[in-house]
Design a protein around this ligand. Structure first.
Ligand SMILES: NC(=O)CC[C@H](N)C(=O)O
Length: 298
């Protein structure tokens, strides 16, 4: 079973603790049978300086210094690059679309794990707690974070098959469950020009949501469209730079719990991932209803 965790901070005093809280939450999901894991962090200046475009690349063995030099000379502006475990994280004082175009041309075989302003996406194969340690997640700060522990049902266990699927600017989607009609929807999206990186069912959900958002729909509408279009089982957490949203399928057999306080909103597959959050004793805690979209904005 996959495990989902997410934390949307409202109180800036907690921003320095985002990574510490998120890594504790992620670690609690390890026992759900994880083969791989991933995170998305919004606003950690060590990975993506404030307001800078950031692109995270997998499946590239270029040295960070060489990547930085090449992109700096292509773009004519300083580009920083660092390796965080297997992910090459590049950032620059540019919009992320420009940086992404340059990174794709420079490293055509690399897989884009995520891109956006202030967003970093890291994924890897292995035990979630070990991965969180390799990423030094506990030291990260920021205003929002998402984590996923994967037990693969639909595609290979590789870093690229791990969630989050972050396929649109600033967007990130994690999934517990399996979509049974993903092949049909993949075909329909392909016929509209959408390209895919993997055979994973969740990627189809993420591309579908990104496609809806690119057409100008808001997150609630896009997730309602997911409910109308996808068959199968799903609890989804969908985040953007400014939003955090949860939806479950009509049967809602994949577990989910939401907790909310004036300081934060949190979501997880199991309560134990929320049990150590500050102020959880005073939180409003509930199980999300089937096919109801719960969304918060900054
Ligand atoms: N166990 C799960 O929820 C798996 C999620 C998704 N179907 C995948 O294989 O990545």
């Amino acid at each position: 079973m996959c495990g989902i965790v997410g934390l949307h901070l409202r109180n800036p005093d907690l921003y320095p603790r985002l990574g510490e809280l998120l890594s504790g939450m992620l670690g609690e999901m390890q026992d759900r049978g994880a083969d791989s894991a991933g995170i998305a962090v919004y606003g950690n200046p060590d990975w993506a300086p404030a307001g800078h475009g950031c692109v995270c690349l997998l499946d590239t063995d270029v040295e960070p210094a060489d990547a930085a030099a090449l992109l700096t000379s292509t773009l004519g502006t300083p580009v920083a690059a660092q390796k965080v475990d297997e992910t090459l994280v590049v950032s620059a004082d540019l919009d992320s679309a420009t940086l992404l175009d340059a990174a794709r041309s420079a490293f055509p075989t690399a897989l884009v794990a995520g891109f956006g302003s202030d967003l970093t996406v890291l994924k890897g194969v292995g035990a979630p707690r070990d991965l969180a340690q390799k990423w030094e997640l506990a030291a990260a700060s920021g205003w929002q974070g998402v984590g996923h522990t994967r037990m693969a049902t639909e595609s290979a266990v590789t870093p690229s098959g791990a969630h989050p699927f972050a396929v649109g600017p600033e967007q990130c989607l994690v999934h517990n469950g399996s979509f049974s009609n993903h092949a049909t929807i993949r075909r329909e999206l392909r016929s509209q020009g959408v390209e895919f990186d993997s055979e994973n069912d969740t990627e189809v959900g993420a591309r579908f949501v990104a496609h809806q958002l690119a057409q100008g729909k808001d997150v609630e509408t896009a997730l309602k469209e997911v409910c109308a279009t996808f068959d199968g089982f799903y609890t989804l957490l969908v985040s953007n730079r400014d939003s955090f949203a949860v939806v479950r399928d009509a049967i809602a057999c994949k577990p989910a719990v939401i907790a909310e306080t004036p300081d934060w909103v949190a979501m997880a597959s199991e309560y134990r991932a929320l049990a150590h959050l500050p102020g959880v004793d005073e939180a409003r805690i509930w199980e999300p209803e089937p096919e109801v979209v719960y969304a918060w904005t900054r």
